[in-house]
Design a protein around this ligand. Structure first.
Ligand SMILES: Cc1ncc(C[n+]2csc(CCOP(=O)(O)OP(=O)(O)O)c2C)c(N)n1
Ligand SMILES: [Mg+2]
Length: 618
């Protein structure tokens, strides 16, 4: 939105004028005025003035051990609360270390304000020490960005940055802050209002469009709600539930939408897409005879939705597969606050730009006045049949029993093998489904989504769009800072956890009692799964253990955690799993539980990339 935003000069009634102070102090006062309670900030030459100012502030400053960790922690904090997460870094390498977290926030519409120190203005463009054009570098992955060029602009810039980050479709905003301006002094003028020409996040559907939706529901036989992260960021899950129940429409969500609708609800189809529930994919696109090659014809067994209500979603390729075959025979209604998503990936019959909470609230009012008379009984029966036929399931297969894992680690105790799915199911049981879950990226992430059932928004925090390994543990720290009342558990992979393992120091020093369960298969499991499926199992650098000592678990996460003074345990046998999970849950400190699992498991259901529901393995 960079090009569109301009400030209206006329709109600043009764601004408040503060005492004379340095630019860095104005920035911190401005953050305080925005209600910021904590920042994840790593200092350096171009940002140390700001850190000096932070030492005089009530804001809690958390020192991550890598800027990427700080960025992900801010992202986790934001996803857990809906309030912008704030991260800070110095110029150059500090700033570039934030880029992945900013891109993550952009892809998943997470409100974030990333503040970076910049070299003094006189040095910009000279190839100065630790100079990078951070404004330019981040342009494709921000909702908006600022390079502060005048000390008097700081109050306005900060106020706008927070407003833009959290409103409409949320996203990251960068504030690049040259050191000389941090040091300049002025009297801050605190604006009382914001007015951004060309930016109106308060879009509301008109009644004509909403009435048309009601008419489409009444005409349909097989409606499905396909709901995404927009329901969560739009705070519309209460309205969604009321709507689904009143209209008796089954609900599938995206991974971003997990928790937007209770997954334990009778109308829930869980999540859809590449690794989603078979019944969710069938309900949307229809059931087909399984084919083994895309050259074979698609033979339909049962039709899918004739009406798809796509609310707060973006038709991501991990959801649609081959987009032309996605809900091919259904009418699609797309409500989204961001008009640029309309007809971007999938042409739809009715596109409505609206705040989703408003639209659902208004639809509910309409239904209350004139209830929908249909019950869709045959459709519900079909869905029940699908659910019974293809539930999410796993078992100890021949392949697991004959695997190297068994030979190397469990010889003679084969019945004691721990499958990754079991760990998550047991964790779900022991936490009564009430924990906040974060993940890394890979097989464990998909199993976390499948075997933990999410019932409330902001419960499942995962890097969905960017798919950034290393997200899980720092995000759990951010979430735990925001929700100290909750168990916050990172269900991680051995590869992903290693990418930000330094954050164990942050957890210990800052006393942030987030927990990590590593589903340790000694492999980059998800890549390995694709190798097995598409490359005859040829391993292209996906083994993470020590090839010279395959019996050893490598690296030793327990020893590493202990070196950070973080309690940790390893489990290898099923008989020890439950007690080990309970010990982790009972700990009032951060904790690492290293669970050794076989690498032979594949995540199913599986629709290969770019393929269709007829190609689904389940
Ligand atoms: C930063 C980053 N690098 C590479 C990838 C590609 N990638 C996707 S999943 C995966 C394997 C992850 O391994 P692990 O964390 O051990 O999880 P597992 O699949 O074994 O459960 C890789 C390498 C990625 N998503 N992110
Ligand atoms: Mg792994």
């Amino acid at each position: 939105m960079n090009a569109k935003v301009q400030t209206k000069k006329s709109a600043a009634p009764k601004a408040e004028i503060g005492q004379r102070m340095a630019g860095c102090d104005i920035l911190i006062r401005a953050l305080e005025r925005e209600g910021v309670e904590c920042v994840f900030a790593y200092p350096g030459g171009a940002s140390m003035e700001i850190h000096q100012s932070l030492t005089r502030s009530t804001i809690r400053t958390i020192l991550p051990r890598h800027e990427q960790g700080g960025g992900f922690a801010a992202d986790g904090y934001a996803r857990a609360t809906g309030r912008p997460g704030v991260c800070m870094a110095t110029s150059g390498p500090g700033a570039t270390n934030l880029v992945t977290a900013i891109a993550d926030a952009y892809m998943d519409s997470v409100p974030m304000v990333a503040i970076t120190g910049q070299v003094p203005q006189a040095m910009i463009g000279k190839g100065a020490f630790q100079e990078t054009d951070f404004f330019g570098m981040t342009l494709p992955v921000v909702k908006h960005s600022y390079l502060i060029t005048d000390v008097n602009e700081i109050p306005r810039v900060v106020k706008e940055a927070f407003y833009i980050a959290r409103t409409g479709r949320p996203g990251p905003v960068v504030i690049d802050f040259p050191k000389n301006i941090q040091q300049l002094r002025t009297q801050p003028v605190w604006p009382s209002e914001i007015s951004l020409r060309g930016y109106d996040p308060n879009q509301r559907a008109d009644d004509v469009a909403l009435n048309e939706i009601i008419g489409l529901i009444e005409k349909s036989e097989r409606p499905v709600l396909y709901c995404g992260g927009g329901i969560i960021t739009g705070e519309a899950s209460g309205e969604l539930r009321q709507f689904a129940e009143a209209a008796q429409i089954p609900v599938t969500t995206t991974i971003m939408g997990c928790g937007a609708f209770p997954e334990t609800h009778a109308l829930s189809l869980r999540w859809l897409g590449m690794h989603g529930a078979a019944y969710a994919n069938w309900a949307v696109s229809g059931e087909f005879q399984h084919r083994t090659s895309p050259d074979q014809q698609m033979i339909r067994v049962h039709p899918g939705a004739d009406l798809l209500l796509a609310f707060g979603v973006r038709f991501d390729d991990r959801v649609t597969g081959k987009v032309d075959e996605f809900c091919k025979t259904g009418t699609i209604v797309h409500i989204d606050v961001d008009q640029s998503e309309h007809n971007k990936n999938r042409k739809v019959q009715l596109a409505v730009q609206s705040d989703i909470r408003y639209a659902l609230g208004r639809l509910n009012e309409m239904i209350r006045r004139r209830p929908i008379r249909k019950t869709f009984a045959a459709w519900h029966q079909q869905i029940a049949e699908w659910k019974a036929r293809a539930p999410l399931r796993y078992s100890v297969t021949e392949e697991v029993s004959r695997s190297e894992h068994m030979r190397e680690h469990l010889h003679g105790r084969e019945s004691e093998v721990i499958l990754p799915q079991m760990v998550i199911e047991t964790l779900y049981e022991l936490t009564k489904g009430e924990a906040i879950i974060t993940t890394g990226v890979g097989q464990h992430q998909m199993w976390a989504g499948q075997y933990y059932k999410f019932t409330w928004p902001r419960q499942f925090l995962t890097s969905a769009g960017l798919g950034a390994m290393g997200y899980g543990f720092p995000a759990a720290l951010g979430a735990k800072v925001a929700r100290p009342d909750k168990q916050v558990i990172d269900i991680d992979g051995d590869g992903s956890f290693l990418m930000n393992i330094q954050e164990l120091a942050t957890a210990h020093i800052e006393k942030i009692a987030a927990k990590a369960v590593i589903l340790n298969n000694q492999h980059l499991g998800m890549v390995m799964q694709w190798e097995d499926k598409f490359y005859d199992g040829n391993r292209g650098h996906t083994y993470l253990g020590d090839p010279d000592k395959r019996r050893q678990i490598y690296p030793d996460y327990v020893a590493m955690a202990h070196s950070f003074n973080v309690p940790a345990q390893r489990v290898m046998y099923k008989k020890d799993l439950r007690a080990a999970l309970q010990a982790m849950l009972d700990s009032d400190q951060p904790y690492v539980l290293d669970v050794i699992c076989p690498y032979t498991e594949h995540v199913i259901p599986f629709i290969p990339a770019g393929r269709t529901v007829a190609d689904m393995i389940y």
